[in-house]
Design a protein around this ligand. Sequence first.
Ligand SMILES: C[S@@+](CC[C@H](N)C(=O)[O-])C[C@H]1O[C@@H](n2cnc3c(N)ncnc32)[C@H](O)[C@@H]1O
Length: 231
Amino acid sequence: MEVCSELGQIARANARRCGLRNITVIEGDVLSLDLRTVMPRADVVIMEMLDTGLIAEQQSQAMSHLHEQEIIRAGTRIIPSRMDSYIELVNYDFDFYGLDMRFPLHARNYGANKRVTQILTTRKRFESVDFSRPVDERVRTSVTVSVHRAGLANAVRLKSKIMLSPTVALWGTSDMCVPAIVPIRERRLAAGQRARLSISYSRGRGLQQVQVSLRDADGTKPAMAGESHRA
Ligand SMILES: C[S@@+](CC[C@H](N)C(=O)[O-])C[C@H]1O[C@@H](n2cnc3c(N)ncnc32)[C@H](O)[C@@H]1O
């Protein structure tokens, strides 16, 4: 299935060129098409409308639509079958050409990743999406991370891992599920502290709406001194 008709035509031409005659490309929006008219059920669903945490792309909505239409049933093999997403506190260099450009961004290339100047905490899983069931579109959760290195936290880095099979996992590549950097209100952290991170967003709506807040996990003060209001 392909929503962009130019890409659909290219896919058809590629299949023809490769001598693959058992491929039908359906042009249309997987979110709204009534697929039951073209296939009663699917034995295998392979879908790559993926990005870290399913924040920007619409795999969750598309998979839920296939569940609603009962195209996915017991026994349907789904690739990837699961996505686990992780969060860690970092210091990120938001200085671009002398300008403080503090906004959520996809660390799409290696240059963007090099701007992580310090990783301050353990990386913690904040959710696990199982595509064999309809996916909840609202994410609102909290996790506790341990600070293993003192420093100034000004962002979180989000990463996702997908399961291609029960034994084959794939972390982000340079193009798929690239890490996402979300600025937070700056806090100076000491090694040994525990921090509570809350994250909320609606899937498929883009990085700008992601909310992340940080507080002391133990509720004692002044576990996190040095807060500033730059972000
Ligand atoms: C990330 S790309 C997948 C690229 C593919 N795996 C490849 O290596 O060429 C996602 C594809 O899904 C298509 N797409 C996005 N939303 C769609 C929708 N609602 N219905 C059908 N296709 C959609 C996009 O046009 C794009 O071709």
